[in-house]
Design a binder for this molecule. Structure first.
Ligand code: FAD
Length: 279
């Protein structure tokens, strides 16, 4: 299918992009285009103008600052995966990104695009919620920071205001001896996950003191599972119990890949794999 007609604007800098966005409610940010262009071709949206932010240099920076790994919105998945600092301070992010789509898509798709789009099946939003990353937004009235836990509101719904652009994502580096885990189940390598899990565990003398899980591909946004985590602090893993408790934590939603019950099943399997990896 062909996209509807739209104008194209290449932003000179961040202020320029924000100005155009502020004056036109139907203007849309174009980052890597890997999600936006397919939705245009399927006529799922009808923007007046695409504001291309790919030439804004400051959005491509990756740096370590004040205890955070700061990833500029326009850093491609490939660039993040191959960055020396990322590999040193948050290697799990490289492992996660290696499972996002395929090399051609990773060369164009951006960190900010994935976090801003908020696809519930995407890996990065779930990871941002797990480590409670800071989402940096710039708009007409200045900059503000939203915690990732507050950022995702519902299906493709975030707390970005209409004049705002996501400029960077800041991940806390010091995870207080947390072990970080990532796993997902896909039909084929590079597909969106049927269900996926990022988790963190703090142990003292081999005793689990803190467990956090965030699932993706399971509901309308990244799904935390507090009751399941609480249960596992006091009980051994047991597939049947975990599947039942997960259903009280998460409103599993079916999609083209699997039913809601299948997603609960896969999520329970993922928890089992993670607990096994730990012991
Ligand atoms: C075949 C295929 C398979 C894929 N598989 C996966 C996968 O397994 N896992 C996964 O996570 N992703 C997957 N993706 C998506 C891919 O990771 C994209 O890179 C990601 O969705 C971000 O896209 P983008 O940078 O190209 O943003 P765009 O497509 O340009 O934009 C996406 C949306 O976010 C908005 N946006 C973008 N950047 C900003 C910003 N800085 N501020 C405010 N709004 C912004 C845009 O306006 C648009 O609404 C896949 C894509 C394809 C085509």
């Amino acid at each position: 299918m062909k996209s509807p007609a739209f104008s194209y604007y290449e932003a000179k800098d961040l202020a320029d992009a924000i100005n155009v966005k502020k004056t036109d409610d139907d203007a849309v940010i174009l980052a890597g285009g890997q999600s936006l262009l397919p939705t245009l071709n399927m006529r799922l949206s009808n923007p007046s103008v695409l504001i291309d932010i790919s030439e804004i240099k400051e959005l491509r920076e990756i740096k370590i600052e004040d205890g955070f790994l700061c990833i500029g919105a326009m850093s491609s998945h490939s660039k993040v995966m191959n960055n020396k600092d990322v590999n040193e301070v948050l290697p799990i992010l490289c492992k996660i990104l290696s499972q996002v789509a395929h090399p051609a898509i990773r060369n164009k798709g951006t960190h900010g695009g994935s976090v801003a789009y908020g696809d519930p099946a995407a890996e990065l939003p779930a990871f941002a919620v797990l480590v409670d990353a800071q989402i940096v937004l710039s708009g007409f009235s200045g900059e503000r920071i939203v915690s990732a836990k507050e950022f995702y509101k519902g299906l493709f719904e975030t707390s970005i205001n209409s004049d705002e652009i996501l400029t960077s994502v800041k991940y806390p580096i010091n995870q207080n001896n947390k072990q970080l885990f990532f796993d997902e189940i896909t039909r084929r390598h590079g597909d969106y996950a049927m269900a996926g899990l990022v988790g963190s565990i703090v142990q003292k003398n081999k005793i689990n003191e803190e467990i956090n899980f965030v699932f993706f591909g399971t509901g309308d946004k990244p799904n935390e599972a507090p009751k399941t985590c609480e249960y596992l602090l006091n009980n051994e893993y047991n597939y049947t119990d975990i599947k039942d408790i997960l259903k009280t934590d998460i409103e599993f939603a079916s999609d083209i890949s699997s039913s809601s019950d299948m997603k609960a099943h896969l999520s329970a399997i993922l928890v089992g794999r993670m607990m096994k990896e730990l012991n």
